[in-house]
Design a protein around this ligand. Structure first.
Ligand code: HEM
Length: 532
């Protein structure tokens, strides 16, 4: 066997090394490789990681910001910790403990901070902000190419500008007939149903409204006998993506690439859920492509929220969206509204059933604009009902929209927030959950109490109320959401007495924070039609 330390002289080192390597047998090479590998692992574990940890704790520009030190050891270590062993979706609640311990600004990763301060929130989440969405964290593959993942200000501004007119208050008012017709269908479906999974029912309703509006093609989710179309069940199972995909994002990219190469029948055999989600994604893309063909053929008076995206806008310097961007936005508009709306209506119904006195106060108010249980109503009439509006706000406060940390990058100029200098590229993050549960603003924050919104002066509550986020990237669908929330809740409560089903367990309502809140189980109810 060759010596590991060959007799070489410095004069002609590279050549001598090459000759030495060429003289080695395969067995020798393997031994060298093992020794080199072992030495690398050893120095990584016992030298590189500890030295890097010491740098991060004492010498990094963010060293002055308090926080749990174990979060600074390794990003991979953190990812493994927060995605396995029942920890998934609980980061938000741990953050709460850290804020109690360390104060309103906490360093949560080597290059990331989390703050709980509404004035800083308003500085970062404002129109004209210099803090873009974080490029390293808005990378979800299912929304790739869509508005949600755009981090560049100008590009996002142009894309939003093309979609926004269809979501203005006036546009949503014109949609009232559509929303009311879907709500009627939803309520008619409840009639005669036994145990109702109303969490899914609400999501089917949201899906049918937005698909009809977006692509003039209702996906007829409300037709499903149990409000459980395949794609909805598949989305439910895939929302909780497996830990390995979060721990090794490249693996997810590889799997996506791999699935793209397979035909649908093979995918169906490997994973029926992935196949159902892909079918749904195709359905959205096909619907929007069909509209584009009609548009290109000269049918310019069609109603589609994508009309402006079909064409260049030379004045603004916006290029027409590509087919894959259109498909991504088509999927986003359905998915962005479905879970958020469904969850908010689920919270509203749960707390009204749990608090009969609140429900009966709401019912009395609703009777002033809906004489009969089956009456239609306009959103404008509902806007003048203070108690209903208070119930909706309280439900949104409990639903939290996108509760977990929303990440934004510090601009190239760097920034000072809450007395700490943050170098360019630092990721800042904050969570609406903390504002909505601040006990100084919302006393007894975990009590569903609509009355808090009826106080003489609610400016402080409004300041802390951010279910749709704020500023340049505020939810584009918020007017539509208000329309759907108020018409659905008002007409549901006016028409039916809702009660918990015997199969319903309180623990179902425990939730964890993925990008949206996911409850442990569904809200299961029974309904009885009101006589008057
Ligand atoms: C109760 C209902 C809803 C809530 C609480 C809600 C909440 C939110 C929040 C918090 C964001 C910001 C996310 C971020 O910064 O990453 C957002 C973004 C967005 N929402 Fe909603 N949403 C709701 C309903 C809807 C509906 C019905 C639509 C239908 C079109 C919609 C479409 C969008 C879109 C497209 C974005 C991305 C905007 C952008 O990145 O510029 N949302 N929503």
């Amino acid at each position: 066997m060759a010596s590991y330390f060959p007799n070489i002289t410095l004069g002609n080192l590279p050549q001598q090394l090459l000759q030495h390597i060429q003289s080695l047998s395969t067995g020798d090479l393997l031994q060298y490789a093992l020794i080199a590998g072992g030495a690398s692992v050893f120095s990584c574990v016992f030298v590189y990681i500890p030295v890097r940890f010491i740098y991060r704790v004492y010498f990094h520009p963010l060293a002055g910001i308090p926080g749990p030190k174990f979060q600074l050891i390794s990003l991979y270590f953190s990812r493994v910790y927060w995605t396995t062993n029942g920890n998934k979706g609980t980061f938000l609640f741990r953050l709460q403990g850290w804020h109690e311990k360390y104060g309103p600004i906490v360093r949560t990763a080597p290059n990331m901070i989390h703050f709980n301060d509404i004035d800083t929130y308003n500085q970062i989440f404002k129109v004209g902000t210099k803090y873009p969405k974080s490029a390293t964290l808005y990378t979800n593959l299912t929304t790739q190419g869509s508005l949600l993942n755009i981090t560049d200000f100008h590009e996002a501004h142009l894309r939003r500008g093309a979609l926004q007119p269809y979501f203005s208050k006036q546009s949503v008012r014109r949609l009232e007939g559509l929303i009311n017709s879907k709500v009627s269908k939803f309520l008619d479906r409840l009639d005669g149903m036994d145990t109702i999974n109303i969490s899914r029912g609400f999501r089917c309703l949201a899906c049918d409204v937005i698909t009809t509006y977006s692509y003039e093609q209702c996906f007829e989710a409300l037709e499903d006998p149990a409000f459980a179309p395949d794609w909805l069940l598949a989305f439910e199972s895939l929302l909780d993506i497996p830990p390995f995909a979060e721990i090794f994002p490249p693996l997810m990219i590889f799997l996506t690439w791999f699935f793209e190469k397979l035909d649908r029948a093979t995918i169906r055999k490997i994973s029926p859920s992935v196949s159902a989600v892909l079918d749904f994604t195709d359905q959205c893309s096909t619907a929007v492509r069909r509209q584009k063909s009609r548009w290109d053929a000269g049918e310019k008076d069609m109603v589609t929220i994508f009309a402006q995206l079909f064409q260049d806008d030379p004045k603004k310097g916006r290029k027409a969206s590509t087919d894959s961007e259109l498909g991504a936005d088509a999927l986003l508009t359905v998915s962005a509204g479905m879970d958020t709306l469904g969850h908010t209506l689920t919270q509203a119904t749960y707390y009204l059933v749990k608090n009969p006195d609140i429900q009966s106060k709401l019912l009395s108010e609703l009777k002033t604009v809906m004489k009969n249980p089956r009456d239609d109503v306009s959103e404008e009439a509902l806007e003048h009902l203070p108690f209903l509006q208070a119930c909706l706000k309280e439900s949104l406060r409990f639903a939290h929209g996108a509760p977990g940390p929303l990440p934004r990058d510090v601009p190239p100029s760097g920034a000072t927030i809450m007395g700490h200098y943050l170098p360019p590229g630092t990721i800042t993050s904050t969570s609406q959950y903390f504002y909505h549960t601040n006990p100084d603003i919302f006393p007894e924050p975990l009590k569903f109490n609509p009355e808090r919104w009826l106080a003489e002066d609610t400016r402080e509550q409004e300041k802390y109320f951010v279910p749709f986020s704020r500023g340049a990237r505020v939810c584009i669908g918020l007017n539509l959401a208000w329309g759907e929330l108020s018409l659905t809740l008002a007409r549901l409560v006016r028409r039916y007495e809702v009660s918990f089903s015997d199969e319903f367990k309180e623990e179902n309502m425990q939730w964890k924070a993925l990008f949206v809140p996911i409850t442990k189980g569904p809200l299961l109810v029974n309904v009885k039609e009101r006589r008057e």
